[in-house]
Write a protein that binds this ligand. Sequence first.
Ligand SMILES: [Zn+2]
Length: 327
Amino acid sequence: MDCKARVTKSGAILLGSNYTIDGYHKRPIRVVTHAHSDHTKGLGRSARESLLVIATPYTFKFLDVLGYRVPLEKRVELPYGGSMEFDGERVRLLKARHIAGSAQVLVETAEGSYGYTSDFKMPGTPPLKGLDCLVVDATYGSPRLQRRWGEWDALAALMEIIDRFIGEGPVWIYGYHGKLQEVMAQLRLRGVRLEFMADSRTVALARIASEFYGVDVEPLRIYSGDNIDYSAIVFAHMSKVKSYSRRPGIHVRLTGWELRAPAAWAGDRLINVAFSDHATFREIVSYVEEAKPRLVLIDGVRSTDAWFTAKYVEKVLGIPATVSPSQ
Ligand SMILES: [Zn+2]
């Protein structure tokens, strides 16, 4: 089937003739689905060379805090459901539950309809239905990566850890941008009133995410490195695990790659909590089943076991599927 959708070797998702999504490609319009670094590659070059850069208002706010420079005159902020037409091709951003501001992308042209799920988890991500071609993210693309519990179990495990260890030192929670802020909101929703501390960037993102989720994350204070409060929860980027690990208290890493249990020891005072921002393998399959596209392309750049997912979709759902770029 002729399909105007593909993933380039560098991870740009090309939909229609005009749009490049989450990676640089020589095209008039760049779309950013969310502010994670594997989706903002080449954004500087896109910002210079493309006519327009499209993202949700919250993704632009995140990008600003993270230091990406997109000239105001090139920005097109599309809220969920919002659309824009360029050269006879209409682009629309739709909700994806992943991090604050995350979107799926739909492009409709005279020749066909094309979509990209971007990173997502279920429930909370309405499938893009009945498209000609759907590009699917399969971060956990096979049953060997299937978590056997829900995110509620992981959150419950995290709250138990906080209850048990707070006071022996702070509880340190490590994760990527977006996930930290989501967990802050989730803890507040469940009645955790302890003070949150984080570096200034994480705090700025938390205040944006707080507005996005409609959840007050205060009290929230900037952690400058010396004023350790034993009754606070300190949130830090995953890259800090090593350098902070000797500081007093229990250290918690938020990672969807922990497959043993919702919480499992990973070191002397280090615990992995299996909180993920990506669909499990079964959730990916049920998304595709509900979406029922004519052709599925599994993103071969960002997925694990993409080939397996494609074969599974073909055999079990009877929907033609392949990996893009082809390996
Ligand atoms: Zn992501």
